[in-house]
Design a protein around this ligand. Structure first.
Ligand code: AR6
Length: 165
């Protein structure tokens, strides 16, 4: 069973094996966590993402799936990119948000990682309600076979919801 931690802060500053990126299916960057990871991690990450797009992920990374690249200049060893679902008022996409976490953990395990940091996937641009996201994220990592799972929350309100969930 993993130790679960919550930290208020910037995921790009975390000293863990894997940093999870809340990417979009293009894998070619964006705002939020994605923008911060590429800015601080440098061009090597985008170069590997372009290679993925030129190869196995020509059509983009489907929602819920996860794929690893170098972490470039970040302190981590790898970035695992995953694509969260956009919140929908009419369709239950919780299984996709859960899949993001489970597939990221699986990729991390395949790499031999012992620690992983997650942002609050889908709760920014993709508008997922934080309480629901926290519940799904915690459920997905509850039986993780990795030493450390750290949730890195960028603002105090999100941090408080995650610590209480
Ligand atoms: N460290 C930790 N958390 C952060 C950071 C950071 N440096 N920066 C933002 N957050 P979002 P999404 C928080 O929008 O909803 C991108 O454009 C943020 O406050 O990054 O999955 C992608 O390319 C929020 O709580 O991800 C996609 O197009 C959480 O991270 C799209 O946004 C997630 O917000 C993905 O949207």
């Amino acid at each position: 069973m993993a130790t679960i931690e919550h930290v208020l802060g910037d995921i790009t500053a975390q000293d863990v094996d894997v940093i999870v990126n809340a990417a979009n299916s293009s894998l070619l960057g964006g705002g939020g966590v994605d923008g911060a990871i590429h800015r601080r991690g440098g061009p090597e990450i985008l170069a590997e993402c372009r290679e993925l797009r030129a190869g196995h992920y020509g059509g983009g990374l489907p929602t819920g799936q996860a794929v690893a690249t170098t972490a470039g200049r970040l302190g981590a060893r790898w970035v695992v990119h995953t694509v969260g679902p956009v919140w929908s008022d009419t369709e239950d996409r919780a299984h996709l948000l859960e899949a993001c976490h489970r597939n990221s953990l699986r990729v991390a395990a395949e790499l031999g990682a012992t620690s992983i940091a997650f942002p609050a996937i889908s709760t920014g641009v993709y508008r997922w309600p934080v309480g629901s996201a926290a519940e799904i994220a915690h459920r997905a990592v509850a039986d993780a076979e990795i030493d450390l799972v750290r949730f890195v929350l960028f603002d105090r309100a999100t941090y408080e919801v995650f610590t209480r969930s």
